[in-house]
Design a protein around this ligand. Structure first.
Ligand code: M6R
Length: 608
């Protein structure tokens, strides 16, 4: 997590660094800071809390200097206070860091014994002090001191450093956390992603794993992990096109929820040919006919999208699917079959656990595919085949449009798999493609219930605990609904497979615990509704989300109902995601929480 930026500019860079940090705030917002070098001296400003707090500090005490680094923090080691905020400075340098230094305790001990004093509780400060140690005791030039320190640091990180007395030098490194270099006209930029660099340049070079770079205003030299000079390709980034305003909505999350019909359609257009009603997959995709098993992995919302896809691959393609959360999969002794396939799902493409699970699967001889939104991300670049989503930048920390675009892409891939394996015939493929093509319209229709959902949310906002239940493809959606509610409204919520309720969770039911029942009219509708009656029989308040037929059939004893459009049952999660998201959104706005930047979270989880 954390976002870092560095600029070697022509004028004072602090305002530009803040502009870049605004685009990185999705990576963390516990504190922020900037350091510049002016006339050879290092000066810095830091503030706990969001970037706006740092802006306030900079307004009172502006920073001069045409070279500088900035940081927005998601705290890992040490509280979110000013002392722990980056940049961390020593007598010789200032440094910003994204990631985790695993051997920081050992290095800290060693440096303390050598007389180096630490002011923060962070793991980061050891990097600053270690480089300083090599500068001072071995009298090494910055590049050599940095290289020597880098060889001693273990963990996953990206770094950017400026040095006392050096007005035209910055050094950056990438190991496990992303880092991009931007080339301007007589200026250079370093940043955690191309969005941060977009206001300044679209000429972007991505450092590869283990790379580090010595940067001046006129040139940069990249070195690989072994210290050999290497050339990395420059790409023209499209991040500058990213719309980062709220489009008249109160929050990015609201904008993103309402963008879904459009972005799902964009995503589908990458896979579906409406004329022939067939699916086309990118070149180099899995040979599904020969695949014995598919492993799917992801984190959070992306994992729930993968869980829905498991039902699709099994039903439409009769393909055995193993699915696990990436933070578990990466450490399990999975008996991967030779020649198997593994599919990773990620909006950001930078989630540390997902990336590590991907690498583990590759080490075990799996062919790797990824459903990714950020096409320039590490996961996108490391996959053998990429199944793109076209959600556009998702700024709200709670994932919404990325989820439905993940589902859209995964549905298309699963249909193609079914066709390749001879499970779906041409007629069935056409029927499913038609149904899939219809989902953007149905999502738009579902969004029309926003006003009603807002009223219901006012009642949900008074609850302390909320349960979500669903069966089949609606089970992962129950999990997603609970995640959405808890992360932005801070109400405790859990999702359960409806059939599991009576195996324990039903003990929680009373009239203070609303139960959200996701039950489209499908083959499992009656089973789920029976579970809903069991809740009602125990005084529980049931909120049923179903189509007109399902709501009518459930009778008038149901506490509240939200009507969703009728949809091909297997595709219901794509459409039912909208009311689920709106319910969480309005519950949060009723409670007045920080919807786009909920406490303790970050958009991109680049640490384990
Ligand atoms: O960028 P990714 O899709 O890999 O992120 C995975 C999760 O961190 C993410 O979905 C997270 O759970 C969201 N905050 C959920 O809204």
């Amino acid at each position: 997590m954390c976002g870092i930026i560095g600029i070697l500019g022509k004028t004072d860079v602090a305002p530009l660094i803040v502009e870049g940090l605004k685009r990185l705030e999705y990576r963390g917002y516990d504190s922020a800071g900037v350091a510049t070098v002016k006339d050879g001296r290092i000066d810095r400003r830091r503030a706990p809390g969001k970037l706006s707090a740092l802006e306030g500090v900079l307004k009172e005490r502006p920073l001069k200097g045409a070279i500088g680094i900035g940081h927005t923090r998601w705290a890992t080691h040490g509280a979110a206070n000013e002392t722990n905020a980056h940049p961390h400075a020593t007598r010789r340098l200032a440094l910003v860091h994204n990631g985790i230094i695993e051997n920081f305790a050992e290095l800290r001990r060693e440096l303390k014994e050598k007389g180096y004093a630490f002011e923060s509780e962070t793991d980061t400060e050891v990097c600053a002090q270690l480089i300083t140690y090599y500068l001072e005791t071995e009298n090494l030039p910055p590049k050599d001191a940095f290289g020597k320190a880098l060889a001693r640091i273990r963990g996953a990180f990206a770094l950017a450093v400026v040095f006392l007395g050096e007005d035209d030098l910055m050094i950056g490194a990438r190991r496990g956390s992303p880092l991009a270099l931007g080339r301007g006209d007589g200026e250079m930029f370093l940043g955690s992603d191309s969005y941060a660099l977009a206001p300044f340049t679209n000429r972007v070079t991505y450092l590869e794993e283990g790379d580090w770079a010595v940067v001046t205003r006129s040139a940069f030299q990249i070195y690989d992990a072994a210290g050999r000079p290497v050339a990395r390709p420059e790409t023209l980034s499209s991040a500058a096109d990213a719309m980062v305003d709220k489009d008249g909505h109160r929050h990015f999350m609201a904008k993103e929820i309402h963008q879904q019909p459009e972005v799902i359609a964009h995503t589908l257009s990458r896979y579906l040919d409406p004329a022939s009603e067939t699916v086309r997959l990118p070149d180099g995709s899995f040979d599904f006919a020969k695949l014995d098993r598919l492993t799917i992995s992801a984190c959070g919302t992306a994992y729930y999208a993968g869980l829905v896809a498991k039902y699709w691959f099994e039903t439409w393609a009769r393909l055995p699917v193993e699915i696990d959360i990436a933070s578990e999969l990466r450490y399990r002794a999975v008996p991967y079959a030779p020649g198997g396939g593994a599919l990773f799902v990620s909006q950001s493409g930078e989630t540390a656990d997902t990336l590590a699970a991907l690498r583990e699967a590759r080490r075990n001889g799996q062919k790797i595919a990824a459903v990714v939104n950020v096409l320039e991300s590490s996961i996108a670049r490391e996959a053998d085949v990429m199944f793109p989503m076209a959600a556009g930048p998702e700024i709200g920390v709670a994932s919404t449009k990325a989820f439905t675009c993940q589902l859209a892409a995964l549905a298309a891939v699963a249909i193609a798999a079914g066709r390749a394996r001879g499970v779906l015939d041409e007629t069935e493929e056409r029927r499913l493609v038609r149904a899939l093509l219809g989902t953007p319209r149905l999502v738009a229709e579902a969004l029309k219930s926003a006003d009603r959902i807002e009223k219901i949310a006012e009642e949900i906002a008074r609850a302390q605990d909320v349960l979500y239940i669903g069966r089949g493809v609606s089970f992962p959606l129950a999990l997603e609904g609970a995640l959405k509610l808890k992360e932005i409204s801070y109400i405790h919520a859990e999702g359960y497979a409806a059939g599991e309720l009576k195996h324990g969770p039903i003990a929680l039911i009373d009239d203070a615990v609303p139960v959200i029942v996701i039950a489209p009219s499908d083959a499992l509708y009656e089973k789920t509704v029976s579970n809903m009656y069991e809740v009602m029989a125990r005084g529980g308040r049931a909120l049923l989300i179903s189509d007109r037929k399902g709501i009518a059939q459930a009778g008038d004893k149901v506490w509240r109902a939200i009507e969703a459009p009728e949809v091909e049952p297997m595709l219901a999660p794509i459409v039912y995601a909208a009311p689920i998201q709106l319910l969480a959104y309005y519950t949060a706005t009723t409670k007045g929480t920080d919807v786009d930047q909920p406490r303790n979270l970050a958009k991109s989880v680049t640490v384990e």
